[in-house]
Design a protein around this ligand. Structure first.
Ligand code: HEC
Length: 156
């Protein structure tokens, strides 16, 4: 009987793998997100879209040149002391941030950087990497939307 134990252990291990494999990729990704959100004490929506005033998906239309211009001006006066587009500076390089984060995440990060830095796993990683926290720049939600529009226009 003793000699059978390793085989039994292996068999039950394989059974677990086989059953796990029956789950679809999507379910796996979802349950991984659920676990991650639970660990950090935030919702799955917040994990994907950031923590802040934006609590549901936004509808972004085509690029609006007036908003882009307003966003550029705001960026230059309130953000460029810490951010460049193509290189890490005090904060991360922001070109193509629109590809690594959802629009809602970006706006929440701009409007609520403190809570993001304290609670969100991705923002926490960036804080560690830059050894600094982003500070709120006294922008309105409309300002943040205009900056997002500017980021979208600079995407490559
Ligand atoms: C005092 C320096 C500083 C200023 C000013 C600043 N940031 Fe940041 N920003 C950071 C740092 C540091 C991080 C990464 C750590 C964190 O999130 O706190 C960051 C993170 C970000 C992120 C997240 C990037 C990612 O990959 O997830 C975005 C988006 C962002 N900043 C946009 C802005 C915008 C827009 C402004 C102007 C309204 C701005 N920042 C002003 C320092 C700054």
């Amino acid at each position: 009987m003793k000699r059978l134990i390793p085989y039994l252990a292996l068999a039950s291990f394989l059974l677990v793998i086989a059953c796990g494999g029956g789950e679809s990729k999507k379910d796996e990704a979802t349950s991984k997100q659920e676990k991650m959100a639970k660990i950090f004490g935030i919702s799955v929506f917040e994990l994907e879209n950031g923590i802040g005033p934006i609590k549901e998906k936004m509808n972004l239309g085509q690029l609006d040149a007036i908003k882009v211009a307003a966003g550029k001006k705001l960026f230059e006066s309130k953000c460029s002391q810490c951010h460049k587009f193509d290189e890490k500076y005090t904060g991360p390089a922001l070109r193509n941030v629109t590809k690594r984060r959802t629009p809602e995440y970006i706006v929440n990060n701009i409007l609520n950087p403190d809570e993001m830095a304290n609670k969100h796993p991705e923002a926490k990683k960036l804080v560690a990497l830059h050894a600094t926290k982003m500070t709120f720049q006294n922008v309105t939600q409309e300002d943040a939307m205009n900056i997002l529009e500017y980021f979208r226009s600079e995407e490559k």
